[in-house]
Write a protein that binds this ligand. Structure first.
Ligand SMILES: *Cc1c(COP(=O)(O)O)cnc(C)c1O
Length: 233
C-alpha cells in the first residue's frame, strides 16, 4: 500500500478523534489535501483513494494540474493571489481561501461577472499579527465583509488563517479560539445573512487543535503527501 493511502487513513482517524473529543460530527469538518509542489502522479494516488478536494497555492501549478486531472475534482486556491492572475482560475476553483485586500476582492468580483460565475471566497486573517504573513487585522474584518457584500458575483463564505509556525500546537489554540469568535461576531452583525459558515484553519502541525476549536476546513499537506522539497525544479 502506498504511503499516501496510509497517511490519509491516519489523518482521517485523527480528524475523527478530534471531532469525538470536542463533541462534533465528523461531517462538519472538510479535509483539503494540499498538494502544492507534488507531482500529478501523487495527486492521482490520493484521487484513487477517494480524495476529491485539492488545495494549491500557485496559479500556474493549479491550472496545470486542473488540466491534467479528472473533472470531478474540487480545486481550492489557498495561497497568496495576485490580482493579475485571478482571471486564470476564476472558473476553475470552488473556493479562494486567501482574500486579503479589497482590491483583490474587486478583481475577483470583476472576473466573476465577466465569466458569469459566483466566486466563493474566504477572508484571510493575520491572526498572529505576524509581519511575514498575509491577511487583514481581526479588527478590520467587519468593515471588509461589509464592503465585499456590495460587490457583485462574490460571496463571502467565511474566514481563513495560517497560524504561526510552532512545534507545540497547543500554542495556537488561542488563535483558533479568536478566529471562531470573529466568525460568530460576523454572523451576528450580518443578521439574517448567515452564509459565513466556513472556518478554514489548521495544517499538519495543528489541525487537531483547530478542529477542537471549531475549524470546518483543515488544510493538510505534509501529513498526506510527505515533506515538500523546494530545492529541485
Ligand atoms: C502549504 C500550506 C498548507 C499545508 O501545510 P502543511 O503544514 O504541509 O500541512 C496549508 N495552508 C496553506 C495556506 C499552505 O500554504
Amino acid at each position: 500500500m502506498s504511503f499516501i493511502v496510509d497517511n490519509l487513513k491516519e489523518v482521517n482517524e485523527k480528524i475523527a478523534q478530534a471531532c469525538e473529543r470536542s463533541g462534533r460530527n465528523r461531517d462538519e469538518v472538510t479535509l483539503i489535501s494540499v498538494s502544492k509542489t507534488k507531482p500529478v502522479s501523487m495527486l492521482m494516488e490520493a484521487y484513487d483513494a477517494g480524495v476529491r478536494i485539492f488545495g494549491e497555492n500557485k496559479v500556474q501549478e493549479l491550472v496545470e494540474k486542473y488540466e491534467q486531472m479528472p473533472k470531478d475534482i474540487h480545486w481550492h486556491m489557498i495561497g497568496h493571489l495576485q490580482r493579475n492572475k485571478v482571471k486564470y482560475i476564476i472558473d476553475k476553483v470552488d473556493l479562494i481561501h486567501s482574500v486579503d485586500t479589497l482590491q483583490l476582492a474587486e478583481e475577483i468580483s470583476k472576473q466573476a461577472v465577466k465569466h458569469n460565475v459566483t466566486a466563493n471566497i474566504l477572508i484571510e486573517i493575520n491572526i498572529g499579527d505576524e509581519e511575514s504573513k498575509f491577511g487583514i487585522k481581526p479588527d478590520d474584518v467587519f468593515k471588509f465583509v461589509e464592503d465585499v457584500y456590495k460587490m457583485p458575483n462574490v460571496s463571502v463564505k467565511g474566514l481563513m488563517c495560517v497560524a504561526p509556525y510552532t512545534e507545540n500546537s497547543e500554542e495556537n489554540r488561542k488563535f483558533f479560539k479568536k478566529m471562531y469568535e470573529l466568525c460568530v461576531d460576523i454572523k451576528e452583525r450580518m443578521g439574517d445573512n448567515n452564509k459565513v459558515n466556513i472556518l478554514s484553519m489548521g495544517m499538519t502541525g495543528d489541525y487537531q487543535v483547530a478542529i477542537e476549536e471549531g475549524a470546518t476546513m483543515i488544510r493538510v499537506g505534509t501529513g498526506i503527501f510527505g515533506e515538500r522539497d523546494y530545492s529541485k525544479k
